[in-house]
Design a protein around this ligand. Structure first.
Ligand SMILES: NC(=O)c1ccc[n+]([C@@H]2O[C@H](COP(=O)([O-])OP(=O)(O)OC[C@H]3O[C@@H](n4cnc5c(N)ncnc54)[C@H](OP(=O)(O)O)[C@@H]3O)[C@@H](O)[C@H]2O)c1
Length: 357
């Protein structure tokens, strides 16, 4: 991987890939393992279990409630019976070496690095939902370069993906500019009714916390939506814009009445979500703006992309992209494309176009 905005786009398929995805009749299946068995990890396993190109060989999770358990029981998928959840990667490797790992444990690249580096050393590829891995050199350029070097040395490929970051506020607007003769500004607005999302997300956006406490956690980077700056950096990188001065601001949304979700209760006056904005200026002018509102009961959920340029574009996905389902699909669909890319720590803009796999 290069530095800053000088990364290359790899359209050519790597000749080192020994297993063939696509329509090959006698394809060799990709041996996959799952690292992290929260809601996203479990659903990833359930989706990938139905793919003819994949063979699930096991899973890893440090949670003592999960480690040692049978994967079939944990996922309610009979075909996974007999495969285990291991507490550590080394335990899985004693039995089998996967070609690719779906990694769904943490949001911060620094924390993910400790988990990914040993995997890279073994030449195993990774598709990760770690938000900061969508543009890892933004916050951790040194660690990103280290991981990239290791991947190139061993032939591993790694990428961060998901729905947001990873699609709605970065890759999708970038694809739309494929029909632009000129682009002056890009604005994306995403409104999510967080009551429809999984429990960890409802907690991360501060649901039920006193507003003052949530603001403190937001300031410390210990709560809120992860990856908004990374979305902006990926979008700017794809456009060839030098977006060094990215600013980000978040604020609590306060419940106006008592709220109840499948997972938690929020009283009037407590935090029920957030509004977060990231902006990049070029020569004093805001050229990219990403606005995210994610709170319990948010009305009119949607994703809107506005591109000022020639021709002007205004695309609205009414209802918005369903975050958890779409994240899982983005992870699974990414695997064949990643294995066709050159070894290294890749960006989504280095891979072939996203598509159903
Ligand atoms: N890019 C996107 O669009 C997108 C969308 C959805 C989710 N995500 C991200 O994807 C990740 C997974 O989401 P989730 O809701 O499933 O999270 P989660 O509920 O926190 O699940 C993570 C699982 O990984 C385990 N884990 C943590 N560190 C580990 C380690 N070192 N070794 C083995 N297992 C470990 C956790 O165990 P413990 O519980 O014991 O820690 C937990 O079981 C989160 O970081 C989330 O923010 C990204």
């Amino acid at each position: 991987m290069g530095r800053g905005c000088t990364l290359h786009t790899d359209f050519l398929l790597s000749k080192t890939v020994s297993f063939a995805y696509s329509s090959a009749r006698h394809m060799k299946k990709i041996k996959v393992a799952q690292f992290g068995l929260g809601p996203i990890g479990i659903e990833t396993l359930r989706l990938v279990a139905g793919k003819p190109w994949a063979e699930i060989v096991g899973a890893i999770d440090i949670d003592p409630q999960k480690a040692g358990r049978d994967l079939g029981k944990l996922t309610h998928l009979g075909k996974l019976r007999g495969r285990s959840v291991h507490a550590r990667l080394e335990e899985l490797l004693q039995q089998v070496k996967p070609d690719l790992i779906f990694h769904t444990t943490v949001s911060k690249f620094k924390a993910a690095f400790a988990q990914l580096e040993p995997i890279a050393r073994l030449g195993i590829s990774v598709v990760s939902s770690c938000e900061e891995l969508v543009f890892p050199q933004l916050r951790e350029p040194v660690l990103a370069a280290r991981l990239d070097r290791m991947c190139r040395k061993t032939g591993a490929r790694m990428v961060g993906t998901g729905v947001n970051p990873g699609f709605v506020m970065d890759l999708l607007p970038l694809c739309l500019t494929g029909v632009s003769g000129s682009v002056r500004t890009v604005q994306v607005e995403r409104v999510v009714d967080a009551a429809t999302r999984r429990e960890p997300l409802q907690r991360k956006i501060g649901s039920g916390l006193p507003p003052r406490e949530f603001r403190r956690l937001l300031k410390q980077g210990r709560a809120g939506h992860a990856g908004l700056k990374e979305s902006l950096a990926l979008l700017a990188h794809g456009l060839g814009w030098n977006a060094r001065n990215i600013t980000e601001h978040g604020e609590a949304v306060i419940a106006r009445k008592n709220l109840q979700t499948k997972y938690l209760r929020v009283r009037k006056g407590e935090t029920c979500g957030l509004r977060q904005r990231a902006e990049a200026r070029l020569r004093g002018q805001v050229r990219i703006r990403l606005d995210l509102s994610m709170y319990l009961g948010a009305p009119n959920p949607h994703d809107a992309i506005l591109i000022e340029g020639q021709p002007p574009l205004h695309v609205v996905l009414s209802g918005g992209v369903a975050g958890d389902q779409a994240t899982v699909a983005a992870l699974v669909n990414c695997a064949p494309r990643l294995l066709q890319a050159k070894p290294g720590l890749r960006l989504l803009t280095d891979l072939a176009l996203p598509r159903f796999a």
